[in-house]
Design a protein around this ligand. Structure first.
Ligand code: PMP
Length: 350
């Protein structure tokens, strides 16, 4: 009988929260559908796609639209099948089996997963009790443990908190490790390192179209870094990693900067509404709950009764994300009615 090896024997396929919930605030997606005119334009553009041909392996038009949008040279950009794929390729590219990488926990779970699959040694740096990153502690660990790759999200999923540019700069300057800075949520904040990545040869920045741009279904992400790093990723990734329909549609959306900016403003208004509402509840039930000041499109609610509240919301057909290890719920900003429903149920719960 064929036996699976020890590495994969106990792994389970990824499953989002199963069930048909009326309100889904569990995956940090944008709650906004694309404006009809943009979606129509993007679909119309796909008529040009020759479905009998493989897609452009370098996704040049898509990368050009991204590069123009963020003011970076196209030579420094590579596209991925979501930034998730790029995380996997980065582990395969820059680490050898047994090499040491570091994560700063709590953080996005996929870093540890891909590190595990790559058979690398993991060093975990804990955040402080308020889930803030202590830059000195990170640097000390990287230097003492021979860390080859440090990966973290900024702003952070799941804490919703961020490091300033000055702090990130200090980190990148003071380590020889490759720093992979996942800026999946940086379109909601203003501390991006994209404007200065060229000053560092050990910095890779990840971006995604899944959050602020509302294109989670298309699976499009990017990495930005020195030409040397980007060429290495291009050499390791599978040749046709981003399908032609996604390349074409995401390009149209990235070229619609006015509409994208308007969508981001609406998402930020919703985030502020969610934050204010939850802050008000936290002021009413100070013994029961606490909120964190978000710089993302989601808000974190810390409560000793997080598990119970999670299940209570599921029963009300509202899906949010429960982090047992943090005793917290992560709630994605939604439409005004959805945010109001969350406030109503949480009020009744306490
Ligand atoms: N990084 C972070 C921090 C994320 O939260 C996510 C999505 N949850 C990703 C990367 C993956 O995004 P993508 O859809 O581009 O694969």
């Amino acid at each position: 009988m064929y036996e699976l090896n020890a590495k994969i024997r106990d792994l389970e396929p990824y499953e989002p929260i199963a069930g048909d919930y009326k309100i889904r605030l569990d995956a940090n997606e944008s709650f906004l559908r694309l404006p009809e005119s943009i979606q129509a334009g993007a679909l119309h553009a796909t008529f040009r796609v020759e479905l009998n041909r493989y897609p452009d392996p370098a996704a040049v038009s898509l990368c050009r639209a991204f590069a123009k949008n963020y003011g970076v040279p196209i030579e420094n950009v590579v596209a991925g099948n979501g930034s998730d794929e790029l995380i996997s390729v980065i582990f395969q590219s820059f680490l050898m089996k047994g090499d040491t990488y570091a994560t700063i926990m709590p953080d996005f779970s996929m870093y540890n997963f891909y590190g595990y699959i790559s058979e690398c040694r993991r060093v975990v740096i804990e955040k402080d009790k308020n889930w803030r990153i202590d830059v000195d502690k990170v640097l000390e660990t990287c230097n003492n443990e021979g860390v080859k790759l440090l990966i973290f999200s900024n702003p952070c999923n799941p804490t919703s908190l961020g490091l300033t540019r000055a702090e990130v700069r200090r980190l990148v300057c003071s380590t020889s490790a490759l720093v992979v800075l996942d800026e999946a949520y940086m379109d909601f904040w203003e501390e991006s390192m994209l404007g200065e990545f060229q000053n560092y040869d050990n910095l890779l920045i990840l971006k995604t179209c899944s959050k602020a741009f509302g294109l989670a279904a298309l699976r499009v992400g990017f990495a930005v870094g020195s030409e040397k790093l980007i060429r290495a990723i291009k050499a390791v990734k599978s040749p046709y990693n981003v399908n032609a329909i996604s390349q074409c549609m995401a390009e149209v959306v990235l070229n619609s900067r006015g509409e994208c900016d308007a969508a981001i403003r609406r998402l930020l208004l919703s985030r502020d509404e969610l934050q204010r509402g939850l802050d008000r509840l936290a002021a009413r039930f100070p013994e029961q709950m606490e909120t964190l000041p978000s710089v993302t499109n989601f808000v974190v609610l810390k409560t000793p009764r997080a598990g119970e509240l999670f299940r209570y919301l599921l029963d009300a057909s509202i899906a949010v994300r429960y982090f047992e290890n943090m005793s917290a719920l992560r709630i994605t900003a939604g439409a005004t009615g959805d945010n109001a429903a969350v406030f109503g149920y949480i009020t009744r719960f306490f």
